[in-house]
Design a protein around this ligand. Structure first.
Ligand SMILES: [Cu+2]
Length: 351
């Protein structure tokens, strides 16, 4: 009897062992067949260079969960929960058919676990279930990218809403097989909102409010992680006649963005970041849901200042405004007036 039981356990152990070994064999096989390259990770508004490869590769990227106190406005700081010490996290660029080799690490001394849910990944949790790490740990996973598009990734460790609300999101672009048409400038812009408690008199740091998140009452609606990230010296820059592409994501956690550029009409909108279907043309404003993205293209015909907004326009006062400065000779054939341009004092959208 003991001998039979022993044999059964032996079989169980062997099957479990095979189950553990099987994925590593599959991974090893995939890695042997494909070249491995380090992903070029960039921080907003920078975009990694286009993929020039015509064949698949293993694209290796490291995401590091952590915490960092940084300015959220010129007046206040905030302890953000970060990927690679930034909000938003880095942009990753790959090609459909590539295998993303993801190294997930964690430097968060609070002991909080972090992970990553890629909307570009097919499989449970978008990868979250196999990438959860606490401080000092590293987990590696391989994900074959089956769909082209521009996708959000975010931390999904519990409570998921707190991890997103505190800044843990970013974009991964999966180029279609044929790539994307070349343009003069590509920009990475991500909208999100922050929920904070009222600051006591004289405070210089704001604290997270889960309650305000639940009520969907943000204090800030921002582009690229802070008020003023695309204002003044940080404005995006181009010249007349340039073709611009904006990779625009919405980290949420709650609000739908009505993305609009004041003074421009989008030549092309890859609605919901669908890079396979033909894009829509001549679009004024496009909706981007939380956990979603869009890709817009336009030509900068007329010089001047163009304003990126969420056209739910009260959000401009909450920080949801950025600028694209276009330099070049006047285009009086398109835009001309009897008098010089004048701005209204205190105007947030036409400075
Ligand atoms: Cu997290």
């Amino acid at each position: 009897m003991h001998r039979i039981r022993g044999f059964v356990w032996l079989v169980v152990a062997a099957v479990c062992g095979m189950a553990l070994i099987a994925p590593s064999i599959a991974m090893a096989k995939a890695k042997r067949q494909l070249p491995v390259e380090e992903a070029i990770l960039t921080f907003a508004p920078e975009v990694p260079p286009p993929i020039t490869r015509k064949t698949p590769a293993v694209v290796r990227a490291t995401l590091q969960g952590g915490m960092k106190e940084m300015p959220i406005t010129d007046q206040f700081s905030y302890t953000f929960w970060t990927f690679n010490d930034h909000v938003p996290g880095p942009m990753i660029r790959a090609r459909v058919g590539d295998t993303l080799e993801l190294h997930m690490t964690n430097t968060d001394s609070s002991g909080m676990p972090h992970n990553v849910d890629f909307h570009a990944v097919t499989g449970p949790g978008g990868g979250a279930t196999v990438t959860t790490v606490v401080q000092g740990e590293e987990r590696v996973a391989w994900f074959k990218l089956l769909h082209p598009g521009l996708f959000i990734y975010h931390c999904a460790a519990p409570p998921v809403m707190d991890h997103i609300a505190n800044g843990m999101y970013g974009l991964i672009l999966v180029e279609p097989k044929a790539g994307l048409p070349r343009v003069d400038h590509e920009f990475y812009v991500l909208q999100s909102e922050f929920y904070t408690k009222d600051a006591p008199e004289g405070a210089t740091k704001l604290e997270f409010s889960h309650e305000h998140g639940l009520q969907e009452h943000p204090r800030f609606v921002v582009f690229n992680g802070r008020v003023g990230s695309l204002v003044g010296d940080h404005a995006l820059k181009a010249k007349t006649g340039d073709h611009i592409r904006i990779y625009f994501g919405n980290g949420g956690p709650n609000l739908i963005s009505s993305f609009h550029v004041i003074g421009e009409i989008f030549d092309n909108v890859y609605r919901e970041a669908d890079l396979i279907s033909p894009p829509a043309h001549s679009v004024q404003t496009t909706l981007v849901p939380p956990g979603g993205a869009t890709v817009v293209e336009f030509e900068t015909e007329v010089p001047g200042s163009y304003t990126l907004v969420d056209h739910a326009i009260f959000r401009v006062e909450q920080g949801g405004v950025g600028f694209l400065q276009v330099e070049g000779p006047p285009r009086h054939d398109i835009y001309v007036s009897q008098d010089d341009a004048a701005t209204c004092p205190g105007c947030l959208v036409h400075p």
